[in-house]
Design a binder for this molecule. Structure first.
Ligand code: NAI
Length: 401
């Protein structure tokens, strides 16, 4: 990479630990870490001291290795964190993005590359809205997921990579900046060989393919008729899917695919063919894990990757009750289904199943996004629907391309 690349890693969780270490281990890369969460920066600096962060990595062929890397700085101070930085990775759950934009906004200069890792639905709208003046000369990349399955073993010191993704889809809004390398090449050089960062057709397609569509229909199907009586055990989440839940998910996915088709019909130049039905997606991407792919339900119930994963529950004196504030609703509604609903509204596609689920979930969350079937609720501006950022038509959405 020639001269030193200085990157900023935002966050202090599993993914931020991994990236802070693996990127610091690269020659010619210097890493600052910004975490705004409580006293996390201080705690992290204290426990790490002069040591490096250790990554226990298991590769997909089974071999393991230890990677060591030490960030230059771990701080809560956005100004210090941004010194000399023009590549920023946001490695936090979607609900925390706004906080980082608020703090970093004044220090983001033209020619900066911003990477949501993962971006999740609506990341681009939020990023560009918050950058204001710098926006036209910044690149905004949204990665579809984290590059790894990973978890912290010892806070601040040790993290485990359980597996690397083979391919990671990425949408790019390149902006008109001048970057040292192509923005996606920068990401690839920081992530290394695996996963392969693969550009997707356009950011609208990536938003419609976000996997946040999966959890809300399953939550709704499982709990909408719940009698309030505590349970002794948590039900299986994916592998416990019944016909009705599978049907709900299938309908939600159908509405998203219909939205993509309407976009292509209205703007032939926008290739939306990557937006496929969730059943086809399972059949392709989980081919090796699914033992029976005759239906969407069997794809989920027989999916090894989902072994033992349970519904999010809270303990009470009387037993277990569903946790409606867990990210399956708290994130996947405002930064998931509501974004897709917003895109559908921009192109005039009706989404009755999405509406039913959002209406149920917003009540559980104490929020109001939908009024009837329209995104007119008082909390739309807290979501990442395009309408929250002033985008109301397909032309508006295309103005970002
Ligand atoms: P995490 O759950 O480890 O993130 C926790 C971090 O988020 C905290 O350390 C803190 O820095 C920040 N945070 C938490 N609550 C906050 C608050 N109230 N205000 C401000 N910041 C707060 O997340 P992880 O595992 O690093 O994942 C990041 C994203 O990647 C998530 O959206 C996750 O769903 C996704 N993902 C994670 C995978 C994994 O293997 N860990 C795999 C695929 C996707």
């Amino acid at each position: 990479m020639g001269e030193t690349t200085k990157i900023l890693v935002c966050g202090g969780g599993n993914g931020a630990h991994c990236l802070a270490a693996t990127a610091s281990a690269l020659p010619g890369v210097e890493v600052n870490v910004l975490t705004l969460f409580k006293d996390e920066a201080q705690r992290w600096s204290n426990v790490l001291g002069n040591d490096s962060i250790i990554v226990d990595a298991t590769y997909n062929d089974g071999h393991t290795s230890e990677i060591r890397g030490k960030p230059k700085l771990i701080t809560k101070d956005a100004m210090k964190a941004m010194e000399g930085v023009n590549v920023i990775f946001f490695v936090v759950p979607a609900f925390a993005h706004q906080q980082y934009f608020d703090e970093l906004g004044p220090y983001i200069k033209p020619n900066t590359v911003l990477i949501g890792m993962p971006g999740q639905a609506g990341f681009e709208f939020q990023a560009l809205k918050n950058l204001k003046q710098a926006a036209p000369t910044c690149a905004v990349i949204s990665l579809e997921s984290l590059p790894w399955a990973c978890r912290i073993l010892e806070f601040g010191k040790k993290v485990q990579i359980l597996g690397f993704k083979d391919v990671l889809g990425a949408s790019v809004i390149p902006g008109k900046g001048s970057y040292r390398q192509q923005p996606l090449q920068i990401v690839q050089s920081i992530l290394g060989e695996k996963p392969l960062v693969k550009p997707t057709q356009n950011y609208i397609a990536v938003n419609l393919m976000a996997k946040s569509i999966i959890h809300p229909p399953l939550m709704y199907g499982q709990w909408r008729n719940w009698d309030g009586v505590a349970l002794k055990e948590s039900p299986l989440f994916y592998q416990g899917v019944d016909d009705e839940q599978a049907d709900l998910l299938s309908k939600v996915s159908g509405e998203v695919v219909a939205t993509a088709s309407a976009i292509h019909k209205q703007r032939n130049d926008l290739d939306m063919s990557e937006v496929i039905h969730i059943y086809d997606w399972y059949s392709i991407y989980y081919r090796d894990q699914v033992s029976d792919n005759t239906s969407l339900k069997t794809c989920m119930v027989t999916n090894k990757a989902y072994n033992g994963l349970l519904h999010p529950m809270k303990k009470t004196d009387k037993g277990l009750v569903p946790d409606f504030t867990y990210r399956y609703t708290a994130e996947d509604i405002p930064y998931g289904l509501v974004v897709m609903k917003g895109i559908a509204e921009c192109v005039g596609v009706k989404t009755p199943t999405i509406d039913t689920i959002v209406t149920w979930a917003q009540e559980k969350l104490g929020k109001e996004y939908l009024v009837g079937d329209a995104l007119k609720g008082k909390d739309v501006n807290l979501s990442r629907a395009p309408q929250a950022f002033g985008f109301k038509t397909l032309e508006d959405l295309c103005s970002m391309l």
